[in-house]
Design a protein around this ligand. Sequence first.
Ligand code: PLP
Length: 404
Amino acid sequence: MQIKPYLRQQPSPEGYFGAYGGSQVPPDLAAEMDRIYHAYLTIANTHDFIAKLRDIRTHFQGRPTPVYYARRLSEAVGGGRLYLKREDLNHTGAHKLNHCMGEALLASSMGKKKLIAETGAGQHGVALATAAAYFGLDCEIHMGEVDIAKEHPNVIRMEILGAKVIPVSFGQRTLKEAVDSAFAAYLEDPVQSFYAIGSVVGPHPFPLMVRDFQAVVGFEAREQFEQMTGWLPDHVVACVGGGSNAMGIFSAFIDDAVELWGVEPLGRGTKLGEHAASLAYGHPGLIHGFKTYVLEDSDGSPAAVHSVASGLDYPGVGPEHAFLNKTLGRTQAAGATDDEAIRAFYQLSRLEGIIPALESAHAVAYALKLAKEKPYESILVNLSGRGDKDIDYVYENFPPEQYA
Ligand SMILES: *Cc1c(COP(=O)(O)O)cnc(C)c1O
């Protein structure tokens, strides 16, 4: 008899969620991944580690974040009830700090001196730089020169926090090259440094570790929702880039009779290059050392993708999402277009006084559609982050007067 809950069953010791996940990396990197997995199993399962992380969450991050009933938004839709898990109120304004603090605590417990990562729009870099400051670790963030020019405020934040931003000047000078550059730096000194991945992606054990560190979002929300209403929600909705905020909130509900919706960015069209919906339009393949659903060019390399939300702009998806959706049919792949996300961004801002991140606005947009179709049902949305980082971009490109 299998009496373990889902989270204790998946992944396999080799990091497979069914056919997806695993670790296909060069041998020297594979040895490091084994070391990190071993450290995770041993150190992260000690009482001291668990107690320290809980203390950090309470006193540094400000957890638990609330669950909030969005009354005016629900009434405006006139259907189901909408509740928001307020990860925008987590320190630094998004869910990403949850796994960065976990990864940094593990690195520090392993005696590492430096955290290394790549960043695209800079959100992961800022969260990791914050964690590095907390633990007194060095921090090196690799970022493409194109992104450095585009995301100036996050570059400044990282530098103020004491991190070193390394400009990447080869190839397209964006996220993919930043990954290559960060991996190379890590392999130069794997004993002293720790590579901190920013979502439930990459080789084993990262999809497992990042999920477990994000599961706090779901565990809190499940308890809070039940306290508030006496029931579990009928639906849980989250946006999916790599999939960490979605796995975080889904984790607590997988064994329950609750519908789980992962919202992918449908961008501005259905053609390759116009969206970043890997589950909806992709097929099984290999990316960054693991197997999952990917969007590929005809030559088999990761395709260029588009979303108005830069945090959702990834041509793959966490392997556990592929497993839960394609193999188990446990989650549903949903979507929201750029335009729907912008509309939801304005609706939530004006009806509730909450400016959401454009990523999170995708989840809100789909929840609004669902609420219309499901009167009397309850919908819990993971509001993964706040929108301060997006206001200039939205104001210039989608001015408020056009969304009256
Ligand atoms: C990075 C980011 C995302 C997308 O990442 P996931 O790993 O899919 O959660 C979503 N929301 C916000 C606010 C982000 O910063």
